[in-house]
Ligand binder design. Structure first.
Ligand SMILES: CC(C)(COP(=O)(O)OP(=O)(O)OC[C@H]1O[C@@H](n2cnc3c(N)ncnc32)[C@H](O)[C@@H]1OP(=O)(O)O)[C@@H](O)C(=O)NCCC(=O)NCCS
Length: 180
């Protein structure tokens, strides 16, 4: 598969990239689906960077948002590489585009100083997909902030990927901010 992968700080998206991203989201989620999404009620963190995967014909096939967060695991400071908003255009699904984006996200985190592990939230139906790429379910407690208040995150399941630390699957993890 011949693809182009860009990593863009979000403020540096060109107008064409922004247009392509909006079109990708519109193709992936109908207005009714977006309006009915229960996650709309939550406060989410915005990504710092975005991975854009383009087809060889120049169409935006896949997006993943990235952020780095200083957090705490069992009271110990940890640096987390966050991945969110992973989405592939329906026309380009099951052709490896999200796999490419997720692998690129990990090499990006590996190139940053001292990131302990990567973390994403997903529905259980996606466990097998992420597990094939080395992710494991986190069975511990995840704390996040919502409008500044500490609360347990139970909206989705959590998966982690080992970086500086071995794979982290239990304990209390406090993201010290909104989830992604
Ligand atoms: C989940 C999602 C991002 C996956 O994107 P994708 O680009 O289709 O993912 P990939 O192509 O890398 O892998 C998907 C599957 O296709 C398979 N696949 C990859 N390349 C393939 C190919 N050339 N031929 C056949 N199958 C292939 C993968 O092995 C994987 O199989 P699995 O589902 O059994 O694990 C996409 O379905 C999506 O956008 N869904 C809606 C939004 C969403 O749920 N996002 C996840 C938020 S956590």
């Amino acid at each position: 598969m011949s693809v182009r992968i860009d990593i863009r700080p979000k403020a540096e998206l060109t107008a064409d990239e922004r247009t392509a991203f909006v079109a990708l989201c519109a193709a992936a989620y109908s207005p009714e689906e977006s309006a009915a999404w229960p996650g709309r009620k939550l406060e989410w963190a915005l990504p710092d960077d975005r991975i854009l995967v383009w087809t060889e014909t120049g169409e935006l096939a896949c997006h993943a948002g990235l952020l780095i967060r200083e957090a705490q695991w069992n009271g110990q400071a940890v640096r987390v590489g966050g991945i969110g908003s992973v989405v592939t255009h329906p026309r380009w699904r099951k052709q490896g585009f999200a796999t490419v984006a997720l692998r690129r996200a990990i090499t990006f985190f590996e190139s940053q100083p001292a990131i302990d592990f990567a973390l994403l939230a997903c529905e259980p139906r996606l466990f097998p997909f992420y597990a094939k790429l080395g992710w494991e379910e986190f069975h511990g407690q995840l704390l996040v902030r919502q409008q500044g208040a500490t609360t347990e995150f139970t909206f989705n399941k959590i998966m982690t990927y080992p970086l500086a630390l071995p794979q982290l699957v239990e304990g209390q993890l406090d993201l010290m901010g909104p989830p992604w």
